[in-house]
Design a protein around this ligand. Structure first.
Ligand SMILES: [Zn+2]
Ligand SMILES: [Zn+2]
Length: 256
């Protein structure tokens, strides 16, 4: 995030905040609210901890992919808060993220060797397949540590198996870092865009409205009809209609 925001004139420093208090992917701590609120709360916690008047935070969620709900997506939000001018700007990016869990017996050398070959690229969490709550090892990034973590988890699991899954914390998950960088680039671009009404930076909060008329029957389709662009500070809106008509081949009336 640092190099991207440097281009927008912001120097990033790390604040001493325990972000696990805002929820953990491994499930021990539930997220205290929707991601759009949690990312702002994190930024404010960083401001409180550092004494700065500008805060920056990111928040990741795994959810159905927008537009392709059968795929799991990593959705990353990045927010900047500036209390001197009452500014809160959030940008987002998403990418498909396959989530695969492997259930393994401690003596299954072939599976352990295959996972060990992968964890140079992606750290894993090892947990008991059933039972618990103990026996969890997070951040396993060393092939030599894998067998021990699997043996520990399997020994307290009701079925004697351990579950290995990706450790999704951003510092251990390179695919998430790519999406966070993408969201940060979008945020930096937004911060350079002033609102035409109040001149606050960050114009461009987008919401879409569906219902572009079908080219065959003229009834509303599932395609985007208009994009509303708004200012997060004063609420000024510009509605940008989408030109053209929707393809009748995708119309539920013409082509059910
Ligand atoms: Zn404005
Ligand atoms: Zn139609």
């Amino acid at each position: 995030m640092g190099p991207v925001l440097a281009a927008a004139g912001l120097a990033v420093e790390v604040a001493p905040v325990d972000t696990d208090a805002f929820g953990t992917f491994s499930g021990e701590v539930p997220r205290p609210g929707p991601p759009e609120q949690v990312v702002v709360a994190k930024a404010r916690a960083a401001m409180a901890a550092s004494g700065r008047h500008i805060g920056l935070a990111s928040e990741g969620t795994f959810a159905p992919m927008p537009g392709a709900p059968w795929v799991t997506a990593d959705i990353e939000l990045v927010t900047v808060v500036d209390d001197r001018v009452g500014l809160v700007v959030t940008e987002r990016a998403h990418a498909p993220m396959p989530l695969v869990a492997v259930h393994v017996h401690p003596e299954d050398r072939a599976t352990l060797a295959r996972v060990a070959g992968d964890i140079g690229r992606q750290a894993v969490i090892v947990r008991p397949t059933s039972g618990g709550p103990g026996g969890i090892t997070k951040g396993v990034a060393d092939p030599d540590a894998l067998a021990g973590a699997v043996a520990r988890a399997a020994s307290v699991s009701d079925d004697g198996l351990a579950t290995i899954e990706a450790d999704l914390r951003a510092h251990l998950c390179p695919p998430r870092r790519v999406v966070i960088a993408d969201a940060t680039r979008r945020l930096a671009a937004r911060l350079r865009r002033p609102c035409p009404s109040c001149a606050a930076p960050g114009f461009g909060d987008e919401t879409t409205e569906l219902g572009l008329p079908c080219g065959g029957c003229g009834l509303p389709s599932g395609d985007v009809r208009a994009i509303t662009v708004s200012c997060p500070t004063c609420g000024h809106q510009e509605i940008r209609p989408v030109a053209g008509v929707a393809d009748p081949a995708r119309c539920r009336w013409c082509n059910p």
